[in-house]
Design a protein. Sequence first.
Length: 135
Amino acid sequence: MASEFKKKMFWRAVVAEFLAMSLFIFISIGSALGFSFPVVGNKTSTRSQDNVKVSLAFGLSIATMAQSVGHISGAHLNPAVTLGLLLSCQISIFKALMYILAQCLGAVVATAILSGVTSSLPNNLLGLNAVSRNF
């Protein structure tokens, strides 16, 4: 554990997980917030087209992040993946804890940025939908 803590490559991998998770959350959740930005000439404001846009944003952003940081940190990009690798004894406990911490902090930072960016938009519900409004 002490030897990992002192290595530059270890901290580079932790920072890569943080940045990749931040970008992934910002891009994917930002596309799914429910704001309609239709292109009037293309008539791209129907529900089915919005679903395709959100799906493409999630898929392309996770693929891009995996390709970008895969050679640095292994591109876990998900605490569940990190936990699975820990349970299969492929990474150390310290590395798993640091990756999970970096991933969670990256997600929190990205949602804080999204909240700040979208706070002035009209009808800003931050992803609140009809099901969760009834509680």
